[in-house]
Design a protein. Structure first.
Length: 317
DNA sequence: CGAGTTTGACCTGCGC
DNA sequence: GCGCAGGTCAAACTCG
């Protein structure tokens, strides 16, 4: 079964970041954008994907099988600078990391504040509500918008909707998506106290493409620990730079899929990548040197990445 | 019997 | 205010 993944977007959160700041002029192919804007839109998910200019991504050889819709009713993409700051200011946390992104912390704090502020009310209301009508199942949050967890989306060319990613998920909902014949499924991590959610839907323009959106951060290790299938360095180093992405890397996926994801992620973050010795490749080498040390460490860690990054990319070092 | 899925109803936010 | 669409809940159901 063929599965190809690409990171199409990152989170909508704002916080400190370990991501290097990509100048949009230097990295015109940044493909990250604010997910919250997506959520605010009434457009369908894939439709929104099409809103963004992903043509550079699509030019990547490894993504040639992934089609992204291009609609005539394209909305102007959000301000790049804003996107950049949002993405770059975010510091995602690894599932097992003690450091939590400010966005996540905000979300947590929001919940905590909500709990502190409304616990008494909620207790009373819930007690009464359960006994009254179904309409009062959820305590109303009055004075502030619901905070969203950071989100991370993948486009995966796969025949199965629900991709194995090492975590256990429980489906809690399914909704028909506007303008799409394919429903959107909602999953929640089965681990207690872990409120990571996942949305899975199939592209209506390319039914072979599954769009998986993760929301939140796992507060626990993957229930299925990697053994020999995927070198530990993959997750370790990839998550050090793209913790959220690594968070959701499947321990079962084939090696080329790992490479696929990493390259796609790099591409989505503005790293030009080509699997042939093209000028783009040289650009990759140059540009990655502009990255922060952490990123460099990630990219230069031959010992751990040489299996991921083709040798022709690394030999330029 | 427990865990997971299905599904209709309900909640919420947003645009008009 | 109203309608729409996304998101969530929870009872009923299925499965191992």
């Amino acid at each position: 079964m063929e599965k190809k993944e690409m990171v199409v977007k990152t989170e909508d959160a704002v916080g400190s970041s370990s991501f290097p700041c990509y100048n949009s002029n230097v990295y015109p192919f940044s493909n990250t954008f604010d997910f919250s804007e997506v959520e605010k839109s009434s457009l369908g998910f894939m439709e929104l994907l099409g809103v963004q200019d992903y043509s550079p991504l699509l030019e990547l050889p490894q993504l040639s099988t992934v089609s992204v819709p291009h609609h005539s009713t394209v909305k102007a993409p959000p301000d790049n600078g804003k996107e950049c700051s949002e993405v770059l200011n975010h510091q995602p946390a690894t599932p097992n990391s003690s450091s939590i992104s400010s966005a996540s912390s905000d979300a947590v704090n929001d919940e905590q504040n909500k709990t502190l502020d409304q616990v008494e009310e909620d207790d009373d209301e819930e007690e009464e509500g359960k006994q009254k009508t179904k309409k009062q199942l959820k305590p109303k949050k009055t004075n502030q918008k619901r905070q969203r967890e950071p989100r991370f989306a993948f486009m995966t060319k796969s025949e199965v909707d629900h991709l194995e990613d090492g975590y256990r998920w429980r489906k809690y909902g399914q909704k028909a998506v506007k303008n799409s014949p394919f429903p959107r499924s909602y999953y929640r991590c089965t681990s207690v106290s872990c409120n990571v959610k996942k949305r899975v839907e199939r592209s209506f323009t390319d039914p072979s493409v599954v769009v998986t959106t993760y929301e939140g951060q796992h507060t626990h290790p993957s229930p299925v620990m990697p053994r020999s299938g995927v070198p530990a360095g993959y997750a370790t180093n990839f998550t050090s730079v793209f913790p959220q992405a690594g968070n959701y890397l499947s321990h079962y996926q084939q090696q080329h899929q790992q490479q696929q994801l990493i390259f796609n992620t790099l591409s989505s973050l503005g790293f030009p990548y080509n699997d042939s010795s093209t000028p783009k490749n040289a650009g990759f080498t140059q540009e990655r040197r502009l990255c922060n040390p952490g990123t460099n460490a990630f990219l230069r860690d031959h010992g751990l990445l040489q299996d991921v990054v083709p040798s022709h990319m690394l030999k330029e070092e």
